[in-house]
Write a protein that binds this ligand. Structure first.
Ligand SMILES: [Zn+2]
Length: 337
């Protein structure tokens, strides 16, 4: 299923805007942390764990994902996980990365907010010094819990409010529509000045995407691919220039589409939507961001110029200052392949 990454894709400057830190743990690292931290997992080794990366739907993935993240116990674990992703991404010519973390999953295990937020932010600072990669953190609400739980999490993040980019919405989509979190997103935007993103239209229908747009007033839509089932909604998203953070390999692994040729990325792109390409949870879904670009090029015949356009979208959609955005866009325009 993995397509070779061309030299053009590998060298192209790009941003990644949809990647869950807990989903970036490579199987070998995950097993190593389990052993060191005394966490029992039902897998003998990394190879056996990797064989479990076969999913029927979002829930079957999330069950394994929530089990896997229990190996994270110390500040050093969170630091190493974040730094490893940024180091790897810098090699893939990711210039800027905005990543998700699910604080509720860690708070519920008894970890203190500072135990995981501080090392993640420290890893960003160190990776910027070492590799020049910029980026930041977007905590995601786990939508299976009540809004009161999300409000408590956001209140707990107050000490870091100026060092956090925004608030996202993740977890099992069906039955947990964006409208369930109206108050907490309003608070994040109005009290903290945070940007807003939400997973919508992955397993949930276009009505979930519409709620994210009209009720939460999102700055970006995570996935959003099922918006194509509602032409009026698609037109609205195009008109507002709302970016979609599409994760092609994830969508196929979680059976949103049966295979890559059946993915609607071509239709979204041709409709003029601001499509960006991302990896979601790279080791779980068989590829980092460059492998995602390679997969859609192989299946849908996108030209290198079209991929460059999507990379440009990734900088346009990023929560960047205008001067830094301008530098990245200039670098991309000068990039000859
Ligand atoms: Zn995601």
């Amino acid at each position: 299923m993995t397509n070779a990454v061309s030299k053009f894709i590998a060298a192209m400057p790009k941003a990644e805007l949809h990647m869950h830190l807990e989903g970036s743990l490579e199987p070998a690292t995950l097993m190593e942390l389990a052993a060191r931290n005394g966490v029992r997992l039902p897998y003998a080794d990394a190879a056996e764990l990797q064989r479990a990366y076969s999913f029927d739907d979002l829930k079957s993935f999330l069950d394994l994902y929530y089990l896997g993240l229990t190996v994270l116990q110390t500040s050093d674990d969170f630091y190493r996980m974040t730094y490893a992703y940024l180091e790897r991404s810098a090699r893939d010519n990711v210039r800027h990365a905005e990543v998700f973390l699910a604080p509720q999953a860690h708070l519920r295990r008894g970890l203190a907010m500072s135990l995981f937020i501080d090392p993640v932010l420290a890893a960003f600072a160190d990776a910027r010094d070492a590799f020049g990669i910029t980026g930041g953190l977007i905590p995601v609400i786990q939508r299976q819990f009540d809004e009161s739980d999300a409000l408590a999490m956001v209140a707990g993040l107050a000490p870091w409010r100026d060092r956090i980019l925004g608030l996202g919405l993740g977890g099992p989509e069906v039955g947990n529509p964006p409208s369930k979190f109206r108050q907490v997103f309003a608070k994040a935007r109005n009290d903290y000045g945070w940007r807003i993103t939400a997973h919508a239209g992955e397993e949930g229908g276009p009505d979930y995407v519409r709620e994210a747009v009209e009720i939460l007033a999102v700055d970006r839509i995570d996935h959003g691919v099922r918006c194509s089932e509602d032409p009026a909604l698609m037109a609205l998203i195009a008109e507002r220039g709302l970016p979609l953070t599409v994760c092609p390999l994830s969508n196929v692994m979680l059976r949103v589409f049966p295979d890559m040729p059946a993915h609607n990325i071509r239709a979204l792109y041709d409709a003029g939507l601001q499509v960006t390409i991302n990896s979601d949870d790279p080791p779980y879904f068989g590829g980092y961001v460059n492998e995602n670009y390679a997969a859609i090029q192989a299946a849908h015949g996108f030209s290198d110029d079209a991929l460059r356009h999507m990379a440009r979208n990734s900088f346009t959609a990023a929560f960047l200052s205008e001067d830094v955005r301008g530098q990245y866009v200039s670098e991309l325009e000068a990039f000859a392949g």
